[in-house]
Design a protein around this ligand. Structure first.
Ligand code: CTP
Length: 405
């Protein structure tokens, strides 16, 4: 799960404190390791009551730091060498205790000492009981640290270890990972730009229990939205039903039908600088029956009405300087059909998906595409969808640069 082509291997220190969410940090380590980043773990004594050093050493492939004065430490000033090494420090889960210590300059174990010696980007992911989180002392400490530039990934609402549902649950590891990438490698090349991206499939109801849809997974659209947000764009993602998740930097709007998507996109598009329609929108939709249709012995036929063509409408309304990107999924006469769509829909770029046996595209993490403009057609090799997203945004940035010259 590599977000950007341009991301390089970085060094991350993950601090773990004594909360049940400590087990989730194992997944966080795996996300970073899978993306070829280096991870070292510092854990408190209470953290070690929840997960073992062996687990963390195996996942990170590195020695785990838990004792400031351990004989096994490589250097006598481990907390300094560790913090010098780190490009990013994440404390997940962070208890009220570690937040309080850091806000008040207390260093009495390996983690709090390392934190005091660290002066680069620090991300804290609180996890605690909702009453503790709401305690004025905890909130005061959080405020103090925010003022110092510490980044907080706020806890979510969900089932807490105390046996009920409330706010205080640590952010999900995948979200922490994705959001962290912005602090690691994020650029500001699209700062001040609004990007609207559509993703996934639409679902057209036939009756309350049946629908018409397609196989689009939403992966490409999600990777594009992540890449846009990663480059600093204010990113709105309008998506049909999907399993995909995205970081909180992206404003996600869930829709179901082609008609819902039409309304949501048109609303967001008026002040957008970049619009990328990667959704597989249904071209036809039935008028759904309010009650379940019963079978009979007769031939069943369903009347389908044409849905509104969102991209065509966007092309018609396109403002000067606005960049409009469409997708084309073709099985035959691919390039000719894609070029026709580019012209008819007034697009700047069309991304051609040639799906077939050798390029399944749907559901896969990779794809082979062509990026077509009125001037040229560029065939890319099979790439991860995250890398495809980066290339598409590189091309969009180039067009924007040329427009502003
Ligand atoms: N699209 C849209 N609104 C629709 C249908 C499609 O905005 N009602 C967009 C898709 O998001 C995609 C582009 O149009 O960016 C092309 O979709 P595609 O299905 O390949 O082509 P269509 O224009 O629908 O034409 P056809 O199905 O005949 O190839």
């Amino acid at each position: 799960m590599r977000i950007s082509q341009s991301s390089k291997t970085k060094n991350i220190v993950i601090g773990i404190t004594g909360g049940i969410a400590a087990y989730k940090s194992c997944y966080l380590i795996r996300y970073f390791k899978k993306a070829e980043h280096n991870v070292k773990v510092v854990i408190t004594g209470n953290g070690l009551r929840f997960i073992t050093e062996t687990t963390l050493r195996t996942l990170s492939g590195e020695q785990v730091y838990s004792d400031t004065f351990a004989d096994s430490n490589e250097w006598s000033t481990e907390h300094i060498s560790l913090t010098d090494w780190a490009d990013l420090f994440i404390v997940a889960p962070a208890t009220a205790n570690i937040i309080g210590k850091l806000a008040n300059g207390i260093a009495d174990d390996a983690l709090s000492t390392a934190l005091l010696a660290y002066n680069k980007t620090l991300i804290i992911c609180p996890a605690m009981n909702d009453k503790m989180y709401g305690n004025p002392a905890v909130q005061r400490n959080i405020k103090t640290l925010k003022k110092q530039g510490v980044v907080f990934f706020e806890p979510g609402t969900g089932y807490l270890a105390c046996g009920y549902s409330a706010r205080g649950r640590m952010a999900e590891p995948e979200d922490i990972y994705k959001e962290s990438l912005y602090y690691l490698n994020g650029t500001a090349s699209l700062k001040g730009v609004k990007a609207v991206v559509s993703a996934g499939r639409t679902v057209e109801l036939i009756d309350p229990v049946r629908y018409i849809s397609n196989f689009s997974s939403g992966k490409t659209g999600f990777r594009i939205a992540e890449e846009a947000a990663f480059r600093g764009a204010e990113t709105v993602l309008v998506t049909g039903p999907t399993e995909e998740t995205c970081g909180s930097r992206i404003k996600r709007k869930d829709v179901v039908s082609a008609d819902d998507m039409y309304k949501a996109i048109i609303k967001e598009a008026s002040d957008a600088d970049i619009i990328i329609m990667s959704a597989a929108v249904a071209d036809y939709s039935p008028s759904p029956s309010k009650t379940k249709l019963k079978k009979s012995d007769k031939v069943f036929s369903l009347e389908l009405k044409k849905t509104g063509d969102i991209l065509k409408e966007l092309g018609r309304k396109k403002r000067k300087g606005q960049i409009l990107v469409g997708f084309a999924l073709e099985t035959d006469n691919a390039e000719k059909n894609a070029l026709k769509k580019l012209k008819e829909k007034n697009l700047d770029v069309i991304v051609l998906n040639e799906t077939g046996k050798d390029n399944p595209a749907f559901g896969s993490d990779t794809n082979r595409i062509k990026i077509i403009t009125s001037e040229k057609s560029e065939a890319l090799p099979v790439l991860e969808k995250s890398a495809i997203a980066a290339v598409i945004l590189d091309r969009i940035e180039k067009i924007r640069d040329n427009c502003s010259k």
